[in-house]
Each structure stands twice: as C-alpha cells, then as structure tokens.
Design a protein. Sequence first.
Length: 439
Amino acid sequence: MRIACIHIPQFALQCATRLDPSLRGAAVAVVAGATRVPTVVACSRAAWAAGVRVGMAATAARSDAVRLVTADAATERETVRAIADALLAISPTIDLGGRIDAHHAMYAEVPAKTRGSSFGDRLLEVLAELGLTARIGIADDRFTAWVAAAHDDSDHHVVSVPRGGSAAFLAPRPLSLLAITAEVQHMLEALGVRTLGEFASLPAPSVARPIEADYQALARGESDALLRPYAPEAPIREEIVVSAGNVLELQELLPAGEHAGGLSISAATALLAHRISLRLAGRGRAAARVEIATAPAADESLAASTGALRQLTLDHPAATEEELGHVLTEALERATAEHARARDVWRLRVTVVGEALAGGEAHEIIAEGTAPFARPAMHEDSIGAMDPLSVVLSGSGSLFALSPPTQREGYRRTRRGKQRRSRPTPDVQPRLFDRRVSK
C-alpha cells in the first residue's frame, strides 16, 4: 500500500483566509493564547515583509499595516473535516493526522493501480477547490511520505518516492528530522553522525527500550503504514465572511443576480454550494435539510444568532452544486436582506443538519461528534409516536452503551462478612480507674 502525506503549511493562516477570502494577499498575522500573552502562530508573506515573525508577541506585531486575526479552534477542526470529507471521493482511507508546529499533516491511501504523481495532482485540485494549498509526498511508509511532503527542497508540489526507495531517499536528510533530544543529537554530531543514512548504519543498541520509538527503523524507511480511517460523524458546516471587498475565486459560477443592500451574495452562495457539494460527494450522500444562519463579522459564535436562523426541509435531496446553489439563493434572498442592509461585513453559515443516502432515506445527525442514525421519513405530526427504544437501538453506540453488568471474578461473599458485630470492641488501653477495684 502506498501512502500520500498532505502537508498544509501555515494551517491557521489558511483557515483564516478560507473563512474570509478578503484576507488573501494581505498582511495578516494569526495570534493565539487566551490564558497567556497572545503570540503570533502564523503570518502571511506580506506580514513577514512588514517585520512580523512567528512567536512574536501580539503587541509587538500590532501595526497599521498588519491585520491581526484570532485563531479559531472550531474553524480549524471543521477545515480538517472538510478536507477529509472531500478526499473520501478519491481515496478509500483518510487519516486526519495532526499538527506539526504551525503546519498540519494528513494521510491518504493511494488507490490501487493509480500513479502517485497523478493522484497527487488530483489531491491538489481538491484542496484548491476548498481554498487551500498544500504539498504532497507519496511513499511506502508514513515517515518517508511526511519528509517528502514537508522537507523536500525541490519546487515540485508532488514528490513521489519510488517503491522500495525510502532508505535511499532518507539517507542524505538531516538528523534533526527525528524527534530525538538535543543532547543526543549533539553527541551524535560530535561523533560524525549528521544524516539519517549515517544514523541508520549504526549498530543496534545493546539495551532494547520498547517504550521508545525505533528511530533507526524510521531512518531506514521502515516505519508503519497503518492509517486510522476517518468516518464522517459531525454535520457538514461551511462558513464564510461576506463583504464588499471579498475577492472570491468562484464568482463566475453563478450569474450576477439579486443584491442584498448593495452586497452581492451570489458569489458567496456559489462558493458555499461548491464546497458542500464536494463534501457530500465524498460522503456519498445528499442534503435533505439545511440550516442557514447569519451574524455580524465580529460575532464568532453564530449559535446565538437565533433571530437570523432558518431551517429548510428540501422537497428533493440536493447533492450537486447547481441544486444547492438554487436552494441557497432563494433562501438567502429573504434571510439576509435585512441583515446585509444593516452591516457591510457579516458572516454566513450553512449547516447540513439532515442527509439522505442514494436510496432517498433521510439520515439526520443529532449532535456534533455522534454518528448519524436512521430515521424513517415521516410527517412532523407523527414524530411524537416514534418508539424511543427503536431510536436507541438504531444508533451507532456512541450515545448509548447497552452492556450486561460485569461481576468481579474470584470474589465470594462469606457468611462471616454478613454478620453484624454483637460484642463491643474492647478498649485499646485499659481503664486506669475501675469502680469495682476502688470499692
């Protein structure tokens, strides 16, 4: 099995520009740290040219030429889910991976009988449609794929290591790629061991330590190739900041139509419909019920915007970009007209709260972090007649766990343990003065 590593540099910055397209090309610095002094965790090239550096305090990075944006963990988590949902359409297994410094690394299984270069190009196309840029590394194991994606000096965005060539590819790489302590690395460099190839050729340690990772196996390109499969569980949620200065890449998808208070929402509608259709295609489902919410741009929590919240139940499940765009356009003409007239910049969120399979049976996700359960199509008046036990048994087990009570082995209650003490416990120290003795 071949593994593709998807290395997304400056992940916090790309999540911010994906949410607000007007930030693209501007001097932007992403700051984080609510409990301590806020520091810069990512910055754009324009901000770097203005003197901003990663790790700098937010007060030092603040200037008229640099715009500071707060990192949002919920937005980053939803971006990872969006990538995984869309990539399920071209890969059988997706691993969410994790953060490495300021970057994020995900992994995908290369389909059988598929060239690595063509598969990498397809990955880049899907990420570009989601508003992200990345580098792809393909190899036989996870570590080599990550090194090819994140630490290759070539100008190619897709680096494919030949089959069986992981050791030769890693041999000239620096020793600092391994997660060894600085003291051990300095000691090895003093002995003349500076590359992964030289480290792999060292004799095996005399004392085995199963708790630690086998770094020599990593240097030889013999790391594991196991992937943790991703399964869609949370509802699809896409959000965007709409403003007059937004430069949207997909503005030409929908013709210029209605305007709400002087702000064209056709471009934002087309962009959200395109992203949702990509995620639905990866899940193999269609949208049966959508929820639309609007709020001011400064309001980071759209959940409190109940006044601008609207749910739509579709007559026919929509999966394509054209169907979703038509539904969202009709809803936004009425839902956002008053909101957009009041403010120049506002946030728009579309959530697919009800999904349908290819057969047409609706599946609704009841809460974030839980798997969907089958709910038969019925009228709203008949929901109260649903059997609660059938809902519990139709779940995936993430909400309810029905298991028999366990009994401790080797434990036996004796008759002696049930008896109550009838005699008082004698005093530890005898009485110094006894009435019978004193008489």
